[in-house]
Design a protein around this ligand. Sequence first.
Ligand SMILES: [Zn+2]
Length: 698
Amino acid sequence: MTMKRMKASLVIAVMVLSELGVTAKAQRTSAETADSGKTYELLPGLDKRLIDTTADPCVDFFQYACGNFTKLYPIPNDRSSFGTGAMIVEHTQQVLHTMLEKAAVGSVGRNSNEHSNEQKIGDAYAACMDVDAISQKGLKPLQPELDRIAALKSKDELPELLAHHQLIGVNTFLGFGQQQDFKDARKQIAVVDQGGLGMPERDYYFRTGEAPEKTRTQYVQHIANMLKLISEPEAKAGADAQAIMKLETALAKVSMDITSRRNPNKVYHLMPVSELATLDPGIAWGRFLAASGAPPVTELNVTNPEFFQGLNGLLAATDMETIKTYLRWQLIASIPGYVLPKAFDDEDFDFYGRKLRGQPEQKTRWKRCVQATDAGLGEALSQVYVAQEFPPASKKATLQMVKDIEAAMDQDIDTLDWMSSATKVRAKEKLHAVADKIGYPDHWRDYSSLTIARDDAFGNGLRATEFENRRQLAKIGKPVDRGEWLITPATVDAYYNPSMNDINFPAGILQAPLYDSHASDASNYGHIGGVVGHELTHGFDDQGRQFDANGNLEDWWTPEDGKKFDQKADCEVKEYGNFVAVDDVKLNGKLTLGENTADNGGLRLAYIALLADAKRKNIDLTKKQDGYTPIQQFFLGHGQSWCGATRPEQLRLQVQTDPHSPRQFRANGVVQNMPEFGHAFGCKTGQPMMPVNACRVW
Ligand SMILES: [Zn+2]
């Protein structure tokens, strides 16, 4: 019930799970499939059924820890990948589904003046589920937006339309929103970013080879098919699709690649609005800003000045008809398929789901409607979810774990032989300033001004997106709310935000097997301890280390220590850059560096915390319990966090767009760098999981 692109904010927060952290493209309706009805229980912290005892843990630990997972749980047809995290997601969706069905029944016939959260989530869910009403309306809800584009007479009228598109989540030409000022984290400022592409990332327009070329051909066909669905004649749709591809390719050419965008200095150019107007005089920025919904703006971050110079030339060189065709395409591409007639939904899924991700079938409607309600009314839904599903004991146990891991990092910094004491003082200053956020926010978001109608799925989506975008923009010039969360409490993920210098663990991720109150401490340290350590280490990876204790982009390292860090990190760039994900596609060692550093540092911190915990409790970590020593259970916990499989199309997409390494490399890459693993499993130096040259940053 939101547009596909919703949040008008630029945050470089780093998540732990790629399969869950990325907002899915809209997906189509389908009949109930066998997979949609399956119920998923939560797995235990250590699940021996998953272990392939015929594999040698010293040769391929992932195979050993997870070898039986896909035999027991093959990838369902409505997914492009499946694993430990996805299983928690499926389980959580079923819980939310039951809650929403109840809320939807409860909201029938209620006085419409009662705008309670429960009524809103019930109505939003019911409207999304009402396939008959959606297909009866057909394209009518879209018509005012199409008319608005048709009415454009000249390029001079573009600023107001572009501003309107930003508010309703349409990705035409650029992105506009707010962010915390990288160099003064107390301030919230406006930001204008590159945008306007329909494929996942700029390099999709330029890569050579059979697979990338095929994807481009399929993309052009997809654009033509979508245009035909808004009544363009076949020949015109084909020619228009080519013109759109040409325009997007030119936009891509002046866009920055995804790896460069990880560097905060490369996407930070604070300037007065007048300077942006000089870079890109083709857009009347004063009028754009006045129509944008933002408070008065005098300066803003222009992430990529070269993009706006390029956009200026491009708009000048493109005729009005082509621009209007492109605007129509971006409009229909931004609307989630489930609020449109089935033919749109099917076509959208065919390209973004089946072809790009290799997903055989669309998810059943209730799953998409649960996701949509979470995306649009997340904190209203989560308020009910948390009360029902998140016991105070889980919050308490997680807080203890977080404190243990932070103490481990404090201790770890003391032992680093490569870091000077001056940098150590600053590192500890930053560590001690990290804010821990667990479970759910202290203050819930107020949705009282958002109108949700039980018979208007399309309008609900548009209004929820505009509500969220206006909420983001209203922050400009105001003090930062440090209690705010970027993801909803029911989300199975976690993140570190360098501008806030906080680590965030929503209720959704604090479930078995990641946190299992019945499992051994060792297994929990390997699972959720590794996740906590991962987020904390993000504050000190190649990106996070550039921000200080207050969340400001400021170099607090001595030049020698900075150089040593880069050398150590380079070992991981090479290690992961040599892993082959699919066919001849290798991992991008630089794109995944931050995540890999966080995985490696995170598990080491969890290990240090485990040793301290065992000492406190007088536990012998080398004595077998239940078939495995606690140290082996710790590593199995880590390994089993990543069980599962990914379809080849999705793997290709992941390697080319996602900073997270695929699952097997997350499991094995880390243990290869921990000789403690080799000792625990009796490996010999030189075996694959115990190489002679291990990498270590933290
Ligand atoms: Zn991460």
